[in-house]
Design a protein around this ligand. Structure first.
Ligand code: HPA
Length: 280
């Protein structure tokens, strides 16, 4: 864990140089794979594999089901940089550490970030195994004072007060709707509530989240998206619905269940993403 709360541009560039030293690909698209969804990285052709522990200052993935490496190669003939495993706030990292990978991506020339995650369904119409296009998010952790942009602003990357009214790119979302139609996959669409975890929500938490308009809940994504938007990176977000949130208090959620559901969603997600990559 890093004692320094904020990264300077120089520190970010050292990490970017370390990635460049280990891969000659120059991807413009990055993909973060959420819990249980890491298997999608196996489809990357001719990959350069960079373990997170080979990169200076890069936090290690400690969550079960997150391998913790960069997989850089080709998917559908596009160069892509895949984070097989992500960094979560609940692991004890600072918000700057959680979002360091996004800063590094920006310095490497990434223009589009595709974020995926596992999420619990709050919307009663959703079932485990559904995919949900993220239309917007609730930045609950940010509202509690943990916004990843707190600290000195990196003026070279973006403004002090960035607009996030269209955090999830409308064009990329439309391409994804079309892709799902072509693949004949039912794609939900809704609001993702980002909490810190690591405890799952209680029934009162979930009633609150439902009342404020959340369709799904998870422990990631929102900080990454805010930093992506700050630096002008376009974002596409897809949640894999791994479980029904425990609104009645009688159906406890487990991480094993989340990982298991993720594995079954990988083929659907891959089908959609392959079409999306063709259309981008
Ligand atoms: N709550 C929070 N995070 C999650 C859930 C959930 O029910 N499922 C997968 N990630």
């Amino acid at each position: 864990m890093n004692n320094q709360p904020f990264f300077t541009l120089e520190q970010i560039d050292i990490v970017a140089a370390a990635v460049r030293a280990r891969s000659s690909y120059q991807p413009k698209i990055a993909l973060i794979l959420g819990s249980g969804l890491g298997g999608l990285a196996d489809s990357i052709e001719k990959p350069d594999l960079i373990p997170f522990n080979a990169l200076p200052n890069w936090p290690q993935s400690t969550a079960p089901g997150h391998i913790g490496r960069l997989v850089i190669g080709k998917l559908e003939n596009q160069a892509v940089m895949v984070m097989q495993g992500r960094i979560h706030f609940y692991e004890g990292y600072s918000m700057s550490e959680v979002t360091l990978p996004i800063r590094v991506m920006q310095r490497l020339g990434i223009e589009i970030l595709i974020v995926t995650n596992a999420a619990g369904a709050i919307n009663p119409e959703y079932s485990p195994g559904d995919l949900m296009l993220i239309s917007d998010n609730l930045n609950l952790v940010g509202m509690m004072g943990f916004n990843p942009l707190i600290g000195p602003n990196l003026d070279q990357l973006g403004p002090r007060f960035p607009d996030v009214s269209q955090a999830y790119d409308r064009k990329l979302s439309e391409i994804t709707r079309q892709a799902a139609r072509e693949a004949e996959i039912n794609l939900r669409e809704g609001v993702y509530a980002g909490l810190s975890g690591p405890s799952f929500e209680g029934p009162a938490d979930l009633r609150f989240l439902r009342a404020v308009g959340a369709d799904a809940v998870g422990m990631s994504t929102v900080p990454e998206v805010i930093v992506a938007r700050h630096g002008g990176t376009r974002v596409l977000g897809i949640s894999g619905i791994s479980n029904k949130a425990n609104l009645d208090g009688n159906t406890p959620t487990s991480h094993e269940e989340v990982l298991e559901a993720g594995i079954h969603m990988v083929p659907k997600l891959e089908k959609i993403l392959r079409i999306v990559l063709h259309k981008i």
